[in-house]
Design a protein around this ligand. Structure first.
Ligand code: PGA
Length: 249
């Protein structure tokens, strides 16, 4: 049985007070959560949320880390810095980073290496754009993302990675992938992991779906056999919606 995860990606939203309140609201019902919940706030709020979540089962993740270890890289936050805060998770390769900040396969490969070297658990995002989906090339496209930034990892390291399949055309658009579209791509990704690392690792690797997950579509998406939970953006900013999503799995 694979662990199920519901992760909230808060992106560049909320004031500090709002972030702490949202974490407290989500925590208030944690006794009823059966699965791992992860919150990914903006960097400056991590310490406050660590304090708010002391003693809680809810874990924290960063939304990004640098592709360098340390040094003169103004504005960047490195994997060793996050590790020094005892942070468990870090999102790597979100499509917004790939598109708006031009993060290449090579850059993401380096981020993966650094995150793993410093003991962080990466949530590696992949997923095709609308044009690629229209051309029915999503398999080729996602496979390249995996090959270029992930499949160089050792067996030990890949086993620590959570993959998030997030079709770009579904992110923040209100247009989620259908449960069947999600299942097909998750199955495809698991098969690629199996071809590279063997069935044992493929059966254990956690693959989350992301892209307009909402309280009214979460249960059906998460009931697909290869969908192990979700990476939730917009709906994770509202405590009630996010709690419903957590409880729908
Ligand atoms: P969304 O974002 O749920 O707002 O579509 C998902 C994500 O970007 O992780």
């Amino acid at each position: 049985m694979r662990q199920k995860i519901i992760a909230g990606n808060w992106k560049m939203n909320l004031t500090l007070a709002e972030a702490v309140k949202l974490a407290a609201d989500i925590k208030s019902d944690e006794a009823s959560y059966k699965h791992q919940v992860i919150l990914c706030p903006a960097f400056p709020y991590l310490t406050s949320l660590q304090n708010e979540l002391k003693g809680s089962k809810i874990k924290l993740g960063a939304q990004n880390c640098a592709d360098r270890e340390n040094g003169a890289f103004t504005g960047e936050v490195s994997a060793p810095m996050l590790a020094s805060m005892s942070l468990p998770y870090v999102i790597i390769g979100h499509s917004e980073r790939r598109i708006y900040y031009h993060e290449s396969h090579e850059t993401l490969k380096e981020k993966m290496n650094l995150a793993l070297r410093y003991g962080l658990l990466p949530i590696f995002c992949c997923g095709e754009t609308k044009d690629i989906r229209i051309d029915e090339k999503q398999g080729v496209y996602v496979n390249k993302q995996l090959e270029e930034s992930l499949f160089h990892l050792s067996d030990d390291d890949i086993a620590k990675v959570v993959i998030a399949y997030e079709p770009v055309w579904a992110i923040g658009t209100g247009l989620n992938a259908t449960p069947q579209q999600a299942q097909d791509m998750h199955h495809f990704i698991r098969e690629k992991v199996s071809a590279r690392y063997g069935i044992g690792i493929a059966e254990r690797i956690i693959i989350l779906y992301g892209g307009s997950v909402k309280p009214d579509n979460a249960a059906e998406l998460f009931s697909q056999s290869d969908v192990d939970g979700g990476l939730v953006g917009g709906a994770s900013l509202k405590a009630d919606d996010f709690k419903k999503i957590i409880l729908s799995i």
